[in-house]
Write a protein that binds this ligand. Structure first.
Ligand SMILES: *[C@@H]1O[C@H](CO)[C@@H](O)[C@H](O)[C@H]1NC(C)=O
Ligand SMILES: *[C@@H]1O[C@H](CO)[C@@H](O)[C@H](O)[C@H]1NC(C)=O
Length: 239
């Protein structure tokens, strides 16, 4: 059984060649493409192409299943991520803290120069209550790795904190947390946190970063002398 198209090629090779040489520009990939396509079709029509077709089919099935698996996996991961975010926001709420990415863009970093904020309005806009409405007294400082600041309870000032620079634990007294009596969250070196500690609430900042330094600003709404009648010191002994 002769294939007419195929026989026309083999019967008249010289005319083929001459047509090529007459017009060199026609010696193009399209012609070769057509040739290889027709020989492929010829090959596929033959019984010994069956194992080849079968393996192509198996390969495609594998690719399809693989893609489906990946898709499922990424959806699952996304779910997990959203779930984690939700829990973290709840924990942050219990610690009266809101965190932002300190990189650009973020709500506190509107251009490439970096972040800039007013602690009082930023806390207000972030929905944090119980902090200082005015800064009568401001402390700015650092905490080296392993260092602890705070771990005290002021009785005559509300305080708003801005914390950044290193992986830092923030602990705030919260009697709604059964058993512990405090809420505790960790912010990363790439985040900035705004937190508030109302008057009569204990707070502590711990640098848990192996290398980086934590920086913080504390804004208090009254000028207080740190003595035993205004402040309870060393509230927690596990820090
Ligand atoms: C702290 O905040 C409370 C309520 O927000 C307010 O009544 C009080 O005057 C503030 N300042 C001090 C020093 O307690
Ligand atoms: C603590 O400081 C306050 C002023 O802020 C003062 O009135 C009080 O007497 C001091 N208490 C002690 C125990 O020194």
């Amino acid at each position: 059984m002769a294939n007419p198209r195929r026989s026309s090629y083999s019967n008249n090779p010289s005319s083929e060649r001459s047509s090529y040489s007459n017009n060199p520009s026609s010696e193009n990939p399209l012609q070769t493409h057509f040739l290889s396509l027709s020989s492929l079709i010829y090959f596929l029509k033959r019984p010994h192409a069956f194992p080849f077709l079968l393996s192509v089919f198996i390969l495609l099935t594998w690719v399809f299943l693989r893609l489906q698996h990946l898709q499922y996996f990424s959806f699952h991961q996304q779910d997990q991520y959203q779930e984690n975010q939700k829990w973290r926001r709840e924990d942050d709420g219990k610690a009266n803290l809101v965190r932002f990415s300190s990189g650009f863009p973020s709500p506190i970093s509107r251009d490439r120069r970096g972040w800039l904020l007013n602690p009082v309005t930023a806390a207000n806009e972030a929905g944090i209550s119980g902090g200082a409405i005015t800064c009568a007294s401001v402390h700015v400082g650092e905490i080296r790795p392993g260092g602890v600041r705070g771990n005290h309870r002021h009785h005559s000032c509300n305080e708003t904190f801005i914390i950044w620079g290193a992986k830092t634990k923030f602990r705030l007294e919260n009697n709604d947390i059964v058993g512990k009596g405090y809420a505790e969250v960790t912010i990363s070196a790439k985040e900035l946190a705004i937190a508030a500690s109302p008057s009569g609430t204990a707070h502590a900042l711990v640098n848990v970063d192996p290398v980086r330094t934590t920086f913080f600003l504390g804004c208090q709404d009254s000028i207080l002398t740190y003595n035993s009648s205004t402040t309870d010191f060393n509230v927690w002994n596990d820090l």
